[in-house]
Design a protein around this ligand. Structure first.
Ligand code: C2E
Ligand code: MG
Ligand code: MG
Ligand code: MG
Length: 276
């Protein structure tokens, strides 16, 4: 009997994984046309200076409303895009759209606000990536300082040397660089010292634990101190409550991003955060 139910459970798992594979196939097919169909949009989440409480930048976050499947979250479709070269076309669109928004910000007199864009390992690895960034900046006529590129630690696992070189080239153009999701991967203090990034983004999973016990708070505080010693600014991601915010300010965290201030919003709504 136990043997049979075990077998059924196995069959169920197999059926489930086949279903997911099938769904992925359908999503992939639709995603391929999402850019041309105009189904993609960027939303912008403000980052706030922990000292003055003013908005200093926005993170551009991709949204996909499929005409067939409705709203598909990034956690569902970004990995599918990253499996193939699809992420290159999508990433190009994200870069163009972000630079267009930056142009708009600057034209309204917000020349100190910057916009950060998430870049996948495959994009950074493409031979023409640096040229693409330079061309897009030139075409929109924006100040490169208003563009920030977010990379994750995953970029470094496969080709540390190559990635570092590419990041240095980007830095030379004048764009800002940040290390996203810090604390989720194989965070190594060694590479943190040698990477040409200016900002460290503490992952939400760190922030979630901040109130659980005092040692956790001391741990995060130490990471922030260490980042400062290395000359890096620190962003806390996924800050949801006033209590978390208070603790992070005490820990000298530089910037706050999270629902405590705002969810990612449309371009129009984002502009309302700025006084112009
Ligand atoms: P990420 O770059 O770490 O972005 C931060 C994520 O945390 C966003 O999720 C944001 O909506 C969410 N978030 C911010 N504050 C809070 C909070 O207080 N509470 C909670 N629960 N969540 C918060 P989102 O928009 O779903 O994006 C997920 C991930 O998808 C991003 O994580 C990024 O890795 C990827 N992604 C999004 N847009 C792009 C893109 O244009 N290109 C690439 N390559 N990846 C992207
Ligand atoms: Mg990010
Ligand atoms: Mg992040
Ligand atoms: Mg994250």
């Amino acid at each position: 009997e136990a043997k049979r139910s075990g077998k059924n459970a196995w069959r169920f798992c197999e059926a489930k994984s086949q279903l997911i594979a099938y769904e992925n196939m359908l999503l992939r097919r639709d995603l391929r046309e999402a850019v041309e169909r105009g189904e993609l949009a960027l939303h912008y989440q403000p980052l706030v200076d922990a000292q003055c409480g003013c908005v200093v930048s926005f993170e551009a976050l991709l949204r996909w409303t499929s005409s067939t499947y409705g709203v598909v979250p990034p956690s569902r479709f970004i990995p599918l895009a990253e499996e193939s070269d699809m992420i290159l076309g999508i990433g190009k669109w994200v870069l163009e759209e972000s630079c267009r928004f930056i142009h708009k910000l600057a034209a309204m007199g917000n020349e100190d606000i910057h916009v950060s864009v998430n870049v996948s390992p495959r994009q950074l690895a493409a031979d023409d990536f640096v040229a693409l960034v330079r061309e897009t900046i030139d075409r929109e006529g924006i100040n490169p300082k208003q563009l920030e590129i977010e990379i994750t630690e995953n970029v470094l696992i496969t080709s540390m040397e190559e990635s570092t070189r590419r990041l240095s080239e980007l830095r030379a153009i004048g764009v800002r660089l940040s290390l996203d999701d810090f604390g989720t991967g194989y965070s190594s203090l060694t590479y943190l010292r040698s990477l040409p990034v200016g900002t460290l983004k503490l992952d939400k999973s760190f922030i979630d634990q901040i109130l659980s016990d005092v040692r956790q708070l001391q741990f995060i505080s130490s990471i922030i101190n260490m980042a400062h010693v290395l000359g890096l600014a620190v962003v806390a991601e996924g800050v949801e409550t006033e209590e978390q915010l208070e603790k992070l300010v005490e820990c000298q965290c530089d910037f706050i991003q999270g629902y405590v201030f705002s969810r990612p919003v449309t371009e129009k709504e984002a502009l309302l955060f700025l006084d112009w």
